[in-house]
Design a protein around this ligand. Structure first.
Ligand code: ADP
Length: 169
């Protein structure tokens, strides 16, 4: 690149690479898929500047849903929640980017859409807690576990996006 010494350019590339490392698991639940909200939700993550590294449409079994929500097994809504998650296609995804776990949760909004801010996914697109259309990992440990539960390592695609230099500088 004209005007930029090679060493500085390499350093820039390494910085961009370091910014790629954080990953989160995001799923559009059966209600979001059935309501035709896939493109709306995927588009919000894309436009933000996060990078899609895995995606698939799956109908999870009830046993699989129970694994995914194992932290909630004592809650009264657990069985209904697992029935619901396994009731139809779920769009499972992994998104990558600096701060994507925490910021992804901000984009999603509060668990109860009635309490989600306008501008968030649940705030704009959902009404009740039992049909809140999207899931996002709530921390680094959960993100790691959920990515490993839903995807095999081969399904995670590492690549450089042309936009990275413009997203991260
Ligand atoms: P989040 O999805 O925001 O991380 P939780 O982990 O607390 O929230 O709950 C997981 C999911 O369980 C929620 O997204 C929602 O679908 C469901 N859920 C939570 N609370 C209730 C409730 N009181 N009644 C029915 N479903 C609930």
């Amino acid at each position: 690149i004209a005007g930029i010494p090679a060493a500085a350019y390499m350093l820039q590339d390494q910085e961009v690479h370091a910014a790629e490392l954080e990953r989160t698991f995001i799923a559009i639940k059966p209600d979001g898929v059935q309501r035709g909200l896939i493109s709306e939700i995927v588009s919000r993550f894309e436009r933000k500047g996060f990078k899609l590294v895995a995606i698939k449409l799956v109908v999870p079994s009830k046993e699989f849903a129970q694994k995914h929500y194992h932290d909630l097994k004592e809650r009264p809504f657990f069985s209904g929640l697992c029935d619901f998650l396994s009731s139809g296609p779920v769009l499972a995804m992994v998104w990558e980017g600096e701060g994507v776990i925490k910021y992804g949760r901000k984009m999603i909004g509060a668990t109860d859409p009635a309490k989600s801010e306008p501008g968030t996914i649940r705030g704009d697109l959902a009404v009740v807690v039992g049909r809140n259309i999207i899931h996002g990992s709530d921390g680094p440990e959960t993100a790691k576990d959920e990515i490993a539960l839903w995807f095999t390592p081969k399904e995670l695609v590492s690549y450089t996006s042309n936009e990275e230099k413009w997203v991260y500088g």
